[in-house]
Design a protein around this ligand. Structure first.
Ligand code: FAD
Length: 295
């Protein structure tokens, strides 16, 4: 019995996929492929059902019906180099195994993130966690200049501290979150899909989305059919709550969006009559817009 492999993915092992200024994602190893998902699923369904669905149909069925454990049969190990502010978001995902470079043991390099000018934008007025409209050129240049200066100064202080005999574990306190760290990150496909569904989403910060996109690109090489199902039934899916379903029914019966939302209890305006920019009603209209775009 030979080890199942995917030639296209094998060629990717060890290849650096650049992300941001100094970051990258590398596929170090993987175990399993689309067949491993099918194999695990057929164990639970038994041989009698073998001919009921083809492999692609079975994977799509598993994804639709949240029969999740067969997806855990596929594993990925990545080496990731990333700024500390991205790492802090990333590490919130608890269902992976992780080993990070020790800045108690190693001296960190003078590598820090400076966003490209287009990514330095106004605070979003709609999303309190996000970026919005472009800023004037001078404001962008001033921010990027400050970030560069502060980071260089910080690294010079770090070096001075090391040269003065301060322990590495203490000297590192001088380095801000724009500096880079790196780690090995091992995760199974089910949890990778969970990570990607949160971190490819437009609500996630742009920088971590770029990493997520690279992980997805690599993962797709290993399990193209599972990724196709993930994109169809998770990334591309729309969740409709009970009120949203009621509003949709009213729309199908000919009501206007405003009337349907009002009748279904999905508010679009405040008590004083001013239109809402966030909330359940607005999100429902955004879902409808997505459906219209998809047609
Ligand atoms: C756009 C965005 C904004 C965010 N903003 C903030 C913020 O402002 N502040 C902040 O602190 N965090 C923030 N987060 C982090 C977020 O709250 C989650 O911690 C993170 O997305 C990891 O999600 P998770 O717990 O589902 O993933 P994982 O840790 O990978 O867990 C996967 C799943 O395993 C289960 N699980 C794992 N551990 C436990 C446990 N101990 N108990 C119960 N179930 C468990 C859950 O079902 C969970 O969904 C943000 C995340 C996103 C995507």
């Amino acid at each position: 019995m030979s080890r199942p492999n995917v030639p296209g993915a094998d060629r990717e092992i060890g290849v650096r996929h650049p992300v941001l200024l100094h970051g990258y994602v590398v596929l170090v190893d993987y175990m399993g492929n689309d067949n491993a998902i099918v194999q695990a699923a057929r164990v639970s369904y038994g041989p009698g059902t073998k001919t009921v669905r083809d492999d692609r149909g079975l994977i799509r069925y598993l994804m639709r019906h949240r029969h999740t454990t067969p997806f855990e049969m596929v594993e990925f190990k990545f080496l990731v180099r990333l700024p500390i502010f991205v790492a802090r978001q990333w590490v919130r995902h608890r269902t992976a195994s992780l080993n990070e470079i020790s800045a108690r043991y190693s001296v960190l390099e003078e590598e820090y993130e400076v966003p490209v000018p287009e990514e330095v934008r106004h605070q979003s007025s709609r999303n309190r966690q996000g970026r919005g409209d472009p800023l004037p050129e001078e404001a962008v240049a001033s921010f990027r200049g400050d970030l560069d200066r502060v980071s260089r100064d910080a690294y010079a202080s770090y070096q001075r501290a090391l040269e003065g005999g301060v322990a590495r574990e203490t000297a590192r306190l001088l380095l801000p979150v724009a500096f880079y760290t790196q780690w090995y990150w091992k995760i199974n496909l089910y949890n990778l899909f969970h990570f990607l569904s949160l971190r490819l989403d437009p609500h996630a910060q742009e920088e971590i989305r770029l990493y997520a996109a690279e992980l997805a690109k690599i993962g797709r090489l290993v399990c193209p059919v599972a990724f196709e199902a993930f994109e169809e039934f998770q990334i591309g899916a729309l969740w409709l709550g009970r009120r949203e379903q009621r509003a949709l029914r009213l729309l199908l019966e000919g009501a206007t969006s405003n009337a349907a939302c009002a009748a279904a209890g999905l508010p679009l305006s405040r008590e004083d009559g001013t239109p809402m920019t966030t909330g359940e009603g607005v999100e429902f209209l955004e879902k409808l817009a997505r459906v219209r775009e998809a047609l």
